[in-house]
Design a protein around this ligand. Structure first.
Ligand code: CA
Ligand code: CA
Length: 267
């Protein structure tokens, strides 16, 4: 099984000479073209040229699209070793196919895809499991205003809108989609947190806080807001009287035009 690895510099930052080290961080080695082909056959579809062990680059494409107009395991032409791409890696110990270990999402078919492949409208797994459960996770303050919901009240508040309290994973999906809200909300396991892309001084955790800020288990009678996720596909941001971002996330209207890109798409 082959999975995509980006370098420390982010997207397209690995030279061929750096590729073995990039894979080694995941207990993996650079994959061969045949290994990439096998994973392609299992369903993988990622439009991102990445190194193989024969010093070529390729990507596995099932559905043609703008930057990937050809279908198959498509090669990217001749290359200099110093060119920067991602890299296809394969685990050295094949008993250890835990995508979480690679900080990736586990598709239902067992393939691993990067978290950015979640809910991007493309069937990257091949079984569409990366596009399931994409109903938005959203913040609800209680009817009484900020930080007024005990854990039990938080569950009831989500229920009102045919939603449930979000799990940490749900909030992480929403963060992947761009959600940025500086308000502590309950999560299903009785912890609280919030999703941040642009660290800012007034947020708990301050200017270094990026990602899901997670503050552990709280007394159930403490009061916070709550992060909920819709149970069914009929509900949307209008149901909860919030603004609909272009990426379909919901944010409260009081965050519109406050100078912070809470949607992650600047809408
Ligand atoms: Ca996807
Ligand atoms: Ca805003």
């Amino acid at each position: 099984m082959v999975f995509l690895v980006e370098g420390e510099g982010g997207e397209q930052s690995v030279t061929f000479l750096d590729a073995p080290e990039a894979c080694a961080k995941y207990d993996a080695r650079v994959a061969s073209w045949e290994e990439l082909r096998d994973t392609f056959v299992e369903g993988l579809d990622i439009c991102r040229l990445a190194w193989l062990n024969d010093a070529t680059v390729a990507h596995p494409i099932h559905i043609a699209r703008e930057y990937c107009p050809d279908v198959g395991v498509v090669h990217g032409g001749s290359l200099e070793f110093s060119e920067k791409h991602d890299v296809w890696c394969t685990p050295i110990n094949s008993n250890k196919l835990e995508c979480e270990t690679f900080k990736q999402f586990t598709c239902d078919n067992g393939l691993c895809v990067p978290r950015w492949a979640l809910c991007n409208g493309i069937n990257n797994c091949g079984d569409n499991s990366d596009e399931d459960h994409c109903r938005p996770t959203f913040l609800l303050p209680g009817a009484q205003g900020q930080y007024n919901l005990t854990f039990r009240a938080a569950e009831a508040e989500c229920n009102k809108f045919d939603a449930r309290v979000a799990q940490w994973e749900d909030l992480l999906h929403a963060w992947d989609q761009g959600l940025d809200i500086c308000r502590l909300g309950w999560l299903q396991d009785g912890t609280v947190g919030f999703p941040i892309h642009s660290p800012r001084a007034q947020c708990k955790g301050g200017e270094s806080a990026k990602g899901i800020q997670h503050f552990g288990s709280q007394m159930h009678d403490s009061k916070y807001d709550v992060y909920c996720i819709f149970r069914n596909g009929d509900s949307d941001c209008n149901t909860i009287n919030q603004f609909t971002c272009r990426n379909e996330l919901c944010v409260p209207f009081w965050l519109k035009c406050d100078g912070v890109d809470n949607c992650g798409d600047n809408s």
